[in-house]
Design a protein around this ligand. Structure first.
Ligand code: GTP
Ligand code: MG
Length: 199
């Protein structure tokens, strides 16, 4: 599927610019710089369909990508949260945009909540998870940048995140350990995403 058509559709800076809710959507959320855009690129096998960057706060709108011909589902690259350096007003605007999308989007089939393998869950991640629990939107927790830490540390972080995930009703109990850089865990996550979107 991902080897077929994957195409950028549009970038929505405000809710009124969202595309018509005609197909299921899978959204990528997580802290700024956690690797959302990179993971989207890895899953689609495109080098730079979503813009990744060393500068946190790169993605500032909801970016929609269509998969399949005709379109079967969409991937949504979200602005990151918890970006301290952004002006308060900008942060508030992103937060409201992301929250209203996550709460109100009828076609939202699944969320991927990305968490940096090196850092584990932060308070902003817990806040996002609680919000998704309340909105009753199921989410998969994806540990990113697994290539950046030792296997023993990865296991420790994964266990602690999994322990916490079990307390969140909308979280899937099993985690996805990934590296967009090395391709680790990408095929399995791709299969899960397709099943979530089409299942
Ligand atoms: P915002 O759009 O700013 O919220 O960031 P983002 O979550 O989209 O992160 P992005 O994909 O832009 O990646 C941020 C940085 O992390 C970039 O320098 C990436 O190259 C790097 N990165 C992303 N994934 C991986 C990974 O699996 N391994 C390594 N080593 N670096 C990664
Ligand atoms: Mg991004």
């Amino acid at each position: 599927l991902f080897s077929g058509r994957v195409e950028f559709l549009l970038s929505a800076p405000q809710l009124k610019f969202l595309p018509d809710p005609t197909v299921p959507e899978i959204a990528f959320c997580g802290r700024s710089n956690v690797g959302k855009s990179s993971l989207l690129n890895a899953l689609t096998g495109r080098k730079a369909i979503a813009r990744a960057s060393v500068t946190p706060g790169r993605t500032q709108e909801l970016n929609f990508f269509e998969v399949g011909e005709p379109t079967l589902f969409r991937l949504v690259d979200m602005p990151g949260y918890g970006f301290a350096k952004a002006p308060v007003k900008v942060v508030e605007r992103w937060k409201n945009l992301v929250k209203s999308y996550l709460r109100g989007r009828q076609v939202l089939a699944r969320n991927l909540v990305l968490v940096d393998s090196r850092h584990g869950l932060k308070e902003v991640d817990r806040e996002m998870m609680r919000m998704l629990d309340e909105a009753a939107v199921g989410y998969r927790i994806v540990l990113t940048k697994a290539d950046k830490i030792k296997a023993s540390d990865l296991e420790r972080v994964a266990n602690s995140v999994a322990d916490e995930a079990r307390k969140h009703p909308a979280a899937f109990p099993e985690l996805h350990l990934t590296s967009a850089e090395k391709g680790m865990g990408i095929a399995a996550l791709r299969a899960a995403v397709v099943a979530d979107a089409l299942g």
